[in-house]
Write a new protein. Structure first.
Length: 458
């Protein structure tokens, strides 16, 4: 896999500082926007919408005008038994009436009498109408309506896909933020230990401290180095997880620049009271479109219960006069067809199946809406608790920082022991790490609320 710099993202990121090795920050919004525009999953979802639009156009093709034509001839022993030619155009409409203009040119010794026409041919214009089944709807009209519903469904599916994708990517980004902060904290702890170890070595050399103090300080130094290595591993893996979502135009995988870091974690406060957005969630709206599709299916199957009765009527005129207005109501041909199953078992049971599908879909929609509302309330409760814990954790970390600073001062003045200093620092680092975790929880809770509300994919 070819590694490339994330130039598209870096161009949007402000520079911090004026040093030669400039550190650039990447925000969550910039990260998610890049994924929305370039990730393969997002682009596939967009292509599905384009395909649905093409299906709508395809379904409209059922009402395109059609050219008709046919020829049938027989020659035997130099005799023209018959030669028939029929051609014309048929124009379907969306009101159940098809218009047509046709022409017949027939001749022959043994031509069927009903096919006899004037020497120059016979033309006619007319229509065919459905007066029973197919009068209010038919398969062609239903196909267009269902294709339009499928287009709306594809938009909703795109929102659901983006909602899932951006939620997963956002979780990875916040985890990267947390691990970066934990890694910096581990480096801070190592810095404390290294400074104190160097000072102890000087004091031991001067005879101000016993040598045994360096043993404990050395052990503590190795423990902090091990912690730094572990945190570095977690930070690197979190960074790789973030890079997994970075693509350029869905084809080229990208890597983060080495000077790029995530924005610092901060407390994300919940807004006003949570409104019930479960009814507008894309997952619920998807059921709305599914119900619309089933309703069109129900209408079509209800139409099948009617008898099939079609009527056609055509005005006749000699071939040269087809575009003239010299039509006579006395020159015409017409016909009618009738078809009606006696028991209608196929049609009635097919309609009952569709009605059952509609009932099941409505219950599934209500269940999904209830589940989403429950999740919204749970996430808001978790968010409120995480914010409270973050404030408390910050206070605790600040108190332990003060104790650690005071203990180090006492140690430098010879009024404390190495054991107490280590204990104070361990308490501070643990409290600071807990605070970072709670900050991460508030960010994840905010992301989760956007996710369960379906707003990430909008």
């Amino acid at each position: 896999m070819k590694a490339l710099l994330l130039l598209a993202v870096l161009s949007m990121i402000p520079l911090l500082g004026n040093t030669q090795d400039t550190i650039r920050q990447l925000t969550l919004d910039q990260y998610l926007q890049h994924i929305r525009e370039n990730h393969p999953v997002a682009l596939v979802a967009s292509n599905q919408v384009d395909m649905a639009e093409l299906f709508v156009r395809q379904s409209k093709g059922s009402f395109d005008p059609v050219l008709l034509g046919g020829m049938d001839q027989k020659y035997y022993n130099g005799t023209t038994y018959y030669s028939t030619l029929s051609t014309g155009i048929k124009i379907p409409t969306r009101v159940g009436i098809d218009f047509k203009a046709m022409g017949d040119w027939n001749r022959g010794t043994y031509l069927n009498p009903q096919n006899r026409v004037p020497e120059n041919g016979l033309t006619y214009v007319g229509f065919e109408a459905q007066l029973g089944r197919g009068m209010f709807t038919d398969e062609r009209r239903t196909q267009i309506r269902r294709a339009q519903v499928a287009l709306n469904q594809s938009y909703t599916e795109q929102q659901l896909t983006l909602n899932d994708l951006l939620y997963e990517a956002g979780q990875a980004f916040i985890q990267w933020q947390e691990q970066e902060a934990q890694y910096e904290l581990a480096l801070e702890g190592l810095s404390f230990t290294e400074t104190r170890f160097d000072q102890l070595m000087i004091n031991v050399t001067l005879g101000d401290r016993p040598y045994v103090d360096t043993v404990e300080a050395s052990a503590q130094l190795f423990l902090r180095k091990m912690e730094v290595e572990q945190r570095r591993l977690q930070q690197q893996n979190a960074r790789i997880a973030v890079e997994n979502y970075l693509w350029e135009q869905g084809r080229i995988p990208l890597q983060l620049d080495s000077t790029l870091v995530p924005e610092k974690l901060s407390v994300k406060e919940p807004g006003a009271s949570l409104a019930d957005s479960s009814a507008t969630h894309p997952a619920v709206r998807y059921y709305d479109w599914k119900l619309s599709d089933l309703d069109f299916e129900r209408r079509l199957k209800a139409e099948q219960l009617k008898p099939q009765f079609s009527v056609n009527y055509n005005l006749l005129t000699p071939a040269p006069d087809i575009i003239s207005s010299n039509y006579s109501w006395t020159n015409y041909k017409w016909g009618a067809t009738f078809y009606m199953p006696i028991l209608l078992r196929k049609e009635r049971n097919s309609l009952s199946i569709t009605k059952t599908k509609i009932e099941n879909t409505r219950m599934e929609q209500q269940l999904k809406q209830r589940e989403l509302r429950t999740k919204q309330l749970q996430v808001r409760n978790e968010w409120n608790t995480a914010v409270t814990q973050a404030r408390m954790a910050e206070t605790i970390a600040n108190r332990y920082r003060q104790l650690a600073d005071a203990e180090r001062t006492l140690f430098l003045n010879g009024e404390s022991s190495l054991f107490l200093v280590n204990a104070r620092e361990i308490s501070y680092l643990s409290a600071q790490g807990k605070w970072i975790e709670t900050l991460s929880k508030t960010n994840k809770s905010r992301l989760s609320e956007l996710y369960v509300s379906g707003k990430l994919g909008l």
